[in-house]
Design a protein around this ligand. Structure first.
Ligand code: NAD
Ligand code: LMR
Length: 327
């Protein structure tokens, strides 16, 4: 095996998601069992001791694929030559807050990170934003990363997609692998629209297979929209292992060809598809050929779906207005 390592920066590496994520990247779950990796772990000074402990544990795993670990509080060093930047580090919400309430606290972090990515990262860098509110934090990073094309920036709705798939599979009494084309439209927030009309179970419309529109509208949608809050209430902390799993699934979805006929949910820079404002970071149904990502443009949105999607996009437009000084 003499492939060059893929260098991956993870911010907030000593946090809860970081702790659930790094070991999966280093074990090969993200880029495959033949692909060496190097990790650039970025933290703020108060978390440096904890980060040193995480590095000790990575060492103690003797991962065959892990070729280098950099642990730093310096963003220039942290983003140096990275092929992937996973922007996780930021404050999570507490019970009773919406993710958008974090904009004032977390938004400004992403100007500096965007600049440091533009100045230091490898020419092929791709960025996945997880720290909330992830769509608008991604918008801020994208607009501050000089020289990095907009189509390299993504924010995560894969966790929402996975949540929605499991809810539909459990309701229909089928294996989760039977659920496909599960699109989350809009914002990673309580306005997101998990589209049960275009989702499929065993290749047929999920709405028809389940045959209970009242449940889909009044239980399924709010359950997916508020699942993050339900986990905070139950666990006393926001989702971490399932979020880390969503990050692994997101990067795999972006870097491997999508199965025939299927789609995955990803927030990316709108090109105006489905009549949305260009430049906003919006979750769409996407496909990948392993390198290039395309928005799937021919999904029919009925009146109900259109109204739900529009409301979520409207929220993103308002978030953009709130951070206009940072972009
Ligand atoms: P956490 O508090 O356990 O860890 C966050 C880490 O980030 C801490 O170690 C902190 O020191 C570090 N950090 C803070 N500011 C930083 C900066 N400027 N640079 C580098 N590191 C910094 O939180 P967590 O549970 O790991 O969650 C992290 C973020 O991910 C939160 O904003 C949370 O809301 C979000 N999240 C998003 C999704 C999603 O689906 N998009 C899912 C779960 C969590
Ligand atoms: C989630 O969806 O679990 C995360 O975005 C954390 C949160 O604040 O809900």
């Amino acid at each position: 095996m003499n492939k060059q390592p893929i260098r991956v920066a993870v911010t907030g590496a000593a946090g809860n998601i970081g702790y659930a994520l790094l070991f999966r990247i280093a074990s090969g779950a993200m880029f495959g069992p033949d692909q060496p990796v190097a990790l650039n772990l970025i933290e703020i000074p108060p978390a440096l001791d904890a980060l040193k402990g995480v590095v000790m544990e990575l060492d103690d795993c003797a991962f065959p694929l892990l070729k280098d670990v950099v642990a730093t509080t310096d963003m220039d060093e942290g983003f140096k030559d990275v092929n992937w930047a996973l922007l996780v580090g930021s404050v999570p919400r507490k019970a009773g807050m919406e993710r958008g309430d974090l904009l004032g606290i977390n938004g400004k972090v992403f100007t500096g990170q965007g600049k440091a990515i533009g100045a230091n990262a490898a020419p092929d860098v791709r960025v996945l934003v997880v720290g909330n509110p992830c769509n608008t934090n991604c918008l801020i990073a994208m607009n501050n990363a000089e020289g990095v094309p907009n189509d390299r920036f993504f924010a995560m709705t894969m966790l929402d997609e996975n949540r929605a798939k499991t809810q539909l599979a459990q309701k229909a009494g089928v294996d989760v692998t039977e659920v496909s084309n599960m699109t989350i439209w809009g914002n990673h927030s309580a306005t997101q629209y998990p589209d049960f009309y275009s989702a499929k179970i065993g290749g047929k419309s999920a709405a028809e297979v389940i045959g209970d529109e009242a449940w889909l509208k009044d239980t399924f949608i709010p359950d997916v929209q508020t699942r993050g809050a339900a986990i905070i209430k139950a666990r006393g902390a926001s989702s971490a292992a399932s979020a880390a799993n969503g990050i692994v699934d997101s990067v795999r979805a972006l870097t491997t060809p999508t199965a025939e006929g299927d789609t995955f949910s990803m927030c990316l820079c709108s090109d105006g598809s489905y009549g949305t404002p260009e430049g906003l970071i919006i979750s769409f149904p996407c496909r990948s050929d392993g390198e290039k990502i395309e928005i799937v443009k021919d999904i029919e949105l009925n009146e109900f779906s259109r109204a739900k999607f529009d409301a979520s996009v409207q929220e993103l437009a308002e978030e953009r207005e709130a951070v206009k000084d940072l972009i």
